[in-house]
Design a protein around this ligand. Structure first.
Ligand code: LLP
Length: 377
């Protein structure tokens, strides 16, 4: 990682292909013959998408841009899910042309679908889950999914409208800590089989926390799918890519106000998750203590932005004696890190590089300030 930082500069997103491949293998081991769809919002980089596509993974897309990425890496309609709760006319049109499967999120959508669409209906199971409020999607008052009481009218409208109802879909949230939440939600949806009868597919979404018991979640999912006589589909985002990526940042200095700060050259513009969700990314210092073998100190990691919330970590333990230029890695940053980075403050987005097992490959060059203002000239 030090080599990558020296070669490409910081801030830098560095990924490992072997770690990504191992995550795909873990998911397949738990979910057996389930079909895996990568929620590409977690990290839509074309290099990662190509790797997943060649491993037989399909794509869940939520925008015209994401659909474009799927097509660009060679995915056909059979390998694409079109999701989103406010799809545009262009998204319906392209999804229809591709013959992709649409995830219907409200009854009214039935009238907007292209003719003879293949469809999953997303159900809102009405369940609070163990995650940050912003990431809970299965609660009764969230904006997602069809209410169970609306399911009969949605199913009959689809059928009489000449569409192909393939099955049901749910996604209860993201970074869910308690594996029991999945079983509870899957059970609620399984009970709807009394209304729908047999279906081709049950898509249980994603949302698995990084230390989730995948085998436990998969067992519950298989049970729910069986109650529809359905094939099981899953849509992980974070689980596939988070571990494979780190954000490398260099120490810029120190300061003490009411608290101790270690200043870094990355911040909210590179990794928004700590600020937006209070997410904790483990920090690894890539230097040895200079003050004495085991000496450590506690500080907050402060990014360069002119916002008090621009902290990458709080009360982070680091080896003492860091000097300007020392390197830090924020772990588990492969999901929703680069994907949510911005050019706020006219800060070019960082480069992304991939360790392919023998060398570093650039998957995205560093943005330039000219890139940022190009559309304004
Ligand atoms: N399926 C659907 C319908 C989704 O909306 C999502 C994520 C996924 C699958 C994948 O969920 P995952 O396995 O990655 O948890 N920006 C937030 C995460 C937002 C997730 C949105 N939907 C973060 O940084 O934590």
């Amino acid at each position: 990682m030090r080599q990558a930082a020296d070669r490409f500069g910081t801030p830098l997103y560095a990924y490992s292909a072997p770690v990504l491949d191992a995550a795909i293998v873990r998911v397949r081991a738990a979910f057996s013959d389930a079909r895996i769809w990568y929620a590409m919002k977690a990290n839509p980089n074309l290099t990662l998408l190509r790797r997943m596509h060649s491993a037989g993974v399909g794509f869940e897309c939520v925008s015209l841009g994401e659909l474009g990425r799927a097509v660009k890496v060679g995915a056909g309609g059979q390998e694409i899910l079109v999701n989103g709760l406010a799809k545009t006319d262009d998204e319906y049109r392209l999804g229809g042309e591709l013959g992709a499967t649409f995830i219907v999120d409200r009854p009214e959508e039935v009238g907007l679908l292209p003719p003879a669409s293949r469809v999953l209906v997303r159900v809102n199971p009405g369940l609070s889950v163990s995650t940050h409020d912003h990431l809970a999607t299965g609660a009764a008052d969230s904006k997602f999914g069809v209410r169970p009481d609306q399911l009969p009218e949605t199913v009959s409208a689809l059928r009489s409208g000449g569409h192909i109802l393939r099955g049901l879909h749910l996604h209860i949230g993201s970074a869910i800590r308690d594996t029991g939440d999945f079983g509870a939600a899957f059970g609620r949806v399984a009970a709807l089989s009394a209304l729908t009868g047999e279906l081709e597919v049950l898509d249980v979404g994603g949302g698995w926390g990084l230390d989730a018991d995948l085998h436990g979640i998969a067992a519950e999912a298989k049970k729910a799918a069986a109650s529809f006589g359905a094939a099981l589909w899953a849509e992980p985002g974070r689980y596939l890519v988070a571990h494979s990526g780190v954000l490398l940042t260099r120490v810029m200095g120190h300061k003490a106000t009411g608290r101790e700060f270690t200043l870094t050259d990355a911040g909210m513009t590179e990794l928004l998750r700590p600020m937006l969700y209070g997410a904790v990314h483990p920090v690894r210092a890539l230097w040895n203590s200079r003050a004495g073998e085991d000496e450590t100190s506690l500080s907050d990691l402060a990014g360069p932005a002119c916002e008090s919330g621009d902290l990458l970590g709080r009360d982070v333990t680091l080896p003492s004696g860091a000097v300007r230029g020392d390197l830090l890695a924020l772990l588990d940053a492969g999901a929703y890190g680069a994907a949510m980075s911005s050019s706020y403050l006219t800060r070019p987005r960082p480069a992304e590089v991939l360790w392919d097992g023998s060398d570093w490959v650039v998957m995205r060059r560093q943005e330039t300030v000219q890139d940022i203002w190009a559309a304004e000239e």
